[in-house]
Ligand binder design. Structure first.
Ligand code: FAD
Length: 323
């Protein structure tokens, strides 16, 4: 039986959603291939990380080391290379997030395994692994194959797969392993963690997003939409022109050069639906669009559409929400 490795990405003692999303997909592949699903935890200390992952994996490999307190791509690359040589997994998944982007290319060079990055799907065709990637800024989905090899490396776009609702009850085996002798942290020094959400907003984790586009017209109008988002229990996000005008910070931006989001509901107000924007909402549950132009491309991806002035709809919604 082969293995599929999922490299757990975690920060400040919390497993990032992309890890659960990878486990979701890996589980599906393992079922089809009769492989074992192994989550790999590289951490300073395993404080509940393996316990959470064991519910969704057949096995959790845990390697603790002081040098892993803060992510160090060089050190992780050396450790993962050693693990891959020892366990020979068929596939190793990493998040296409800060860890994976830093780690995966170097690991591919080290292992000489083929790597596909920023994948939005993985599938099997006649027993061969294929990866789906977006090209031309999300305009086209391309299916890529791999050069035949003993193992493959893939980074997965955050939000590409669902986070399974409620923990699965797997009781995977937790195996503690020592960091291979002779390996030590690389040349990088951890300075500080700067939270891109500045501790305020993380649109990639929001369940309800109220998103504004250029249709909002003036900077002053943003306040009322912000109030609406708050009244609805949602988070404010936006299209790129709003960030380009410096009306909102970059971490609010949805799209190919912003963030991929996966809210249960995405309410798009005055957004035309350019493909660079829409590529960021493929993981959204229900998309509701308000646009005064009935030909706006956003209506092609919307589950519900309202052809009207966004302020009229925002006022009506606010009235409904005001006791
Ligand atoms: C390399 C590259 C990367 C990019 N990355 C991103 C990205 O990550 N995210 C992103 O969003 N864009 C991105 N863009 C820009 C993208 O191409 C579009 O220009 C942008 O998404 C348009 O934003 P918008 O829909 O807010 O504005 P517009 O296209 O100008 O649309 C505004 C819409 O508002 C409607 N409207 C106007 N007034 C009202 C009203 N009162 N009520 C209702 N509707 C109204 C209009 O009918 C129109 O459809 C990128 C572009 C490039 C080249």
């Amino acid at each position: 039986m082969g293995d599929i490795f999922v490299v757990a990405e975690h920060r400040q003692g919390e497993i990032r959603d992309v890890t659960y999303e990878m486990l979701y997909k890996a589980h599906e592949l393992c079922r089809a291939l009769s492989h074992r699903l192994t989550a790999v935890v590289l951490a300073g200390k395993d404080e509940g990380l393996s316990e959470a992952l064991a519910r969704m994996a057949d096995r959790v490999l845990v390697l603790e080391d002081k040098g892993l307190e803060h992510f160090d791509a060089d050190f992780c690359k050396e450790i993962l290379n050693a693990l891959i040589q020892e366990h020979r997994p068929f596939l190793t998944l990493m998040g296409h997030a800060s860890w994976g982007m830093d780690l995966a290319p170097a690991l591919a060079v080290k292992t000489r395994y083929p790597l596909a990055t920023d994948c939005v799907d993985l599938l099997l065709e006649d027993g061969s692994l294929k990866a789906v990637r977006q090209i031309y800024s999300g305009k086209i989905f391309s299916k890529v194959g791999f050069m035949p090899c003993e193992g493959y490396l893939v980074t997965v776009r955050p939000g590409a797969f669902p986070v399974p609702e409620g923990a699965e009850d797997r009781h995977g085996e937790v195996v503690h392993q020592d960091v291979p002798a002779g390996l030590s942290p690389g040349r990088k020094e951890f300075v500080e963690l700067v939270d891109t959400g500045a501790g305020e907003v993380d649109i990639s984790q929001a369940e309800l997003l109220v998103s504004i586009g250029r249709g909002v017209g003036e900077e002053e109008n943003i306040e009322m939409i912000k109030d609406l988002a708050q009244a609805m229990g949602g988070t404010l996000s936006c299209s790129r022109p709003i960030v380009d005008k410096n009306w909102l910070p970059k971490y609010h931006q949805v799209g190919t050069s912003g963030k991929s989001v996966k809210p249960k509901v995405y309410l798009a107000l005055g957004i035309s639906g350019a493909f660079q924007h829409v590529a960021g909402i493929t993981g959204a549950g229900t998309v509701i669009a308000v646009n005064k132009d009935k030909g706006a491309p956003i209506f092609r991806v919307a589950d519900y559409g309202v052809t009207d002035d966004l302020f009229k709809i925002a006022e009506a919604l606010k009235e409904k929400l005001t006791p």
